[in-house]
Every structure is written in structure tokens, then in C-alpha cells.
Design a protein around this ligand. Structure first.
Ligand code: TYD
Length: 239
């Protein structure tokens, strides 16, 4: 999805399941850098589309032309000295635009929206990692995002050290001319202690939001993780 806004796959109207036309479903993917979220989201999109639903795949920060500009500022490692509160404000600015321009219209049209990261990322990274606290994040979410909650959040869990190492290796390859068109390393340069706090933040969200967040073990092969995700989605959303 590099450098692109939301991507839509259409399904023939006759194949749509009737209740989907009233309101779609909002599914978010969460986890530390390098847990394989993007791959898993793509694989799930194919399954959902094959089942006859209209699917939107999108991501944060980003998902709209304006949001992708904000993403560049946030992730570029040449962005120096960004204050934690400014970082959080930019995450929410991109999100408010994303909700207005992509997510709400797609849900209103009955689509299934798959989103790579959402407000749980802000709670884990800025709230916990940057120590801004959960309450500030949740309050901003109420004010700026109308408290929009996903129907289901897949939290990919794996060993924090191993996944961040994987993300760092991926971004190093990219710097030498891989798929990512520009440097997105700013967060991967954080310390192990930072990612340990982010991991703790995610565990706390999962413990609090038991009805919405399902933790999926991402330590096996991508195919095993995909199978687990499909089971969860079928069971929880009957998709
Ligand atoms: P992403 O492209 O999903 O990274 P990865 O593929 O490595 O998991 O997300 C970019 C980075 O932005 C990631 O390090 C997490 C961070 N982030 C926040 O800190 N707060 C947020 O609210 C969001 C959405 C992302």
C-alpha cells in the first residue's frame, strides 16, 4: 500500500450478504512493528472478498492523501526532535481525516474495512511507549474520532525483541532500494525499553477490551497465523 490511499475491492452486488448493506464491519490489525500485520491483512482481505463482501484495505498513519503526507513527517527518521504531544496530535490529525474521508463512508456503504493500526496503536506507542498515558489518548479519541470503535481488533502477538529486529532488517533492505519508497525508520530506532512498554500497553488494552480485542499468536508460520485469524473472524463476525 506504499504511497497509496485506501484500496477498494468491489464484489458483485448479488454476492453481497444482505445485513452488510446496513452497516459494514470495521476490523483493525494491531501489534508491534515486524509482527506481519500487513501480510496478514492482505491475506484476510482475499478471504473476505472471496466470500462476496466489498473490502477496503487501509492503514494508519495514512489512508488518505493528507494522511499520507502526515505519515511522511511522522515516520521519516530525518524528522528530529518531534515532541511526544506533537507526535500524538499528528497521529490523531491523520486519523480524523481518515475516518471522515474513508472509514465512515465505507462503513455506511456496507463495506468491510480492514485497517492496519488504529487508536490502540496510539494508546500503546504514545500512551505507554512515550508515557503520555492512556486517558489522554482515550479522551482525544472521544473528541476527535467520535469514539469510533472497531467491531474486532486482531492483536498479533510475538516476542517483542524478535519482531522489532525483523522490522529493522526490513527497513534496512528498503533503504537499499526495496518496496518502501522512502525512509520509515523513525520508530524502529527506539530502544528495547520503549518497545517493552509498547508491548505492555497492548497487553493492558487486550485485558480491558476483552469483547473487542483478540490476541493471536504470531510466532508460527504466516500460514498458521492466517488460519487462526480466519477462525477468529468467522466466529466473531460471521464473515
Ligand atoms: P506501520 O507502518 O504499521 O509499521 P510496521 O509495519 O513496522 O508495523 O506503522 C508505522 C509506525 O507508526 C509504527 O512504528 C507504529 C507507529 N504508530 C504510532 O506510534 N502511533 C499510532 O497511532 C500509529 C497509527 C502508528
Amino acid at each position: 500500500m506504499e504511497g497509496r490511499s485506501a484500496e477498494c475491492r468491489g464484489a458483485p452486488a448479488a454476492a453481497m450478504i444482505p445485513q452488510m448493506s446496513r452497516r459494514g464491519k470495521f476490523i483493525t490489525f494491531e501489534g508491534l512493528d515486524g509482527t506481519g500485520k500487513s501480510t496478514q491483512m492482505r491475506k484476510l482481505a482475499a478471504v473476505v472478498w472471496d466470500a462476496g463482501h466489498r473490502v477496503i484495505e487501509t492503514r494508519e498513519p495514512g489512508g488518505t492523501p493528507t494522511g499520507e503526507k502526515i505519515r511522511k513527517v511522522l515516520l521519516d527518521s530525518s524528522t528530529a526532535g518531534l515532541a511526544p504531544l506533537a507526535e500524538m496530535a499528528l497521529m490523531f490529525a491523520a486519523r480524523a481525516q481518515h475516518i471522515a474521508e474513508v472509514i465512515e463512508p465505507a462503513l455506511a456503504a456496507g463495506s468491510i474495512v480492514l485497517c492496519d493500526r488504529f487508536t490502540d496503536s496510539t494508546e500503546a506507542y504514545q500512551g505507554s511507549g512515550r508515557r503520555l498515558g492512556s486517558e489522554a489518548v482515550r479522551e482525544l479519541h472521544r473528541v476527535l474520532c467520535g469514539n469510533l470503535q472497531p467491531d474486532l481488533t486482531i492483536l498479533l502477538d510475538s516476542n517483542p525483541g524478535a519482531s522489532v529486529d525483523r522490522a529493522r532488517r526490513r527497513n534496512k533492505r528498503t533503504a537499499k532500494g526495496g518496496a518502501r519508497s522512502h525512509d520509515e525508520n523513525r520508530f524502529e530506532q527506539e530502544t528495547r525499553a520503549f518497545f517493552a512498554r509498547v508491548h505492555e500497553g497492548y497487553l493492558a488494552i487486550a485485558a480491558r477490551e476483552k469483547g473487542r480485542v483478540v490476541m493471536v499468536d504470531a510466532r508460527g508460520t504466516p500460514a498458521q497465523t492466517h488460519q487462526r485469524i480466519v477462525e477468529v473472524v468467522r466466529k466473531k463476525l460471521r464473515v
